[in-house]
Design a protein around this ligand. Structure first.
Ligand code: ZN
Length: 139
């Protein structure tokens, strides 16, 4: 069995951002040389998500509106977690709703997506360096 382990690094300009990382993951699948296997992609921080959905700008704004309605960033005092001196109580909740990781089959050397599936990194507490783990296993 072969494997490849790499990290992608992000440092977003704004607190919340949604970044399509499909191309970067595809490049790593090609680099791995693996034809048949599995590709795991996970956020390594508990205030960011990796998920799969459509690369459609209206939908991305819909997700952001939905999350902000459910767990608004402000008022900061709304969250017990922020009594620790942090201000990211909302970001922990948003990440848990959107998920930690995705696993995509690798078939014939390519990510085996359904129609319109794209891999997104969602940042909910940005403006600092954060990592995503990509691990590809197979043969
Ligand atoms: Zn926190």
């Amino acid at each position: 069995m072969k494997s490849l382990t790499e990290h992608l690094t992000f440092n977003t300009k704004s607190r919340r951002e949604y970044i399509n990382i499909t191309g970067q993951v595809e490049d790593l699948v090609a680099k791995s040389g693996i034809r048949e296997g599995l590709c795991l992609v996970n956020a390594m921080h508990i205030t960011a998500s990796v998920h799969i959905n459509d690369a459609e700008n209206g939908l991305i704004q819909d997700f952001d509106d939905f999350l902000e309605n459910l767990a608004p960033h402000e008022p900061i005092s709304r969250y017990r977690h922020n009594r620790t001196g942090e201000d990211n109580g909302d970001a922990h909740i948003k990440r848990t709703i959107m998920g930690r990781e995705v696993v995509v089959a690798v078939t014939g050397g390519k990510l085996d997506f359904g129609p319109w599936e794209q891999i997104y990194y969602a940042e909910f507490d940005g403006r600092r360096t954060k990592r995503v783990l990509v691990k590809i296993i197979g043969e």
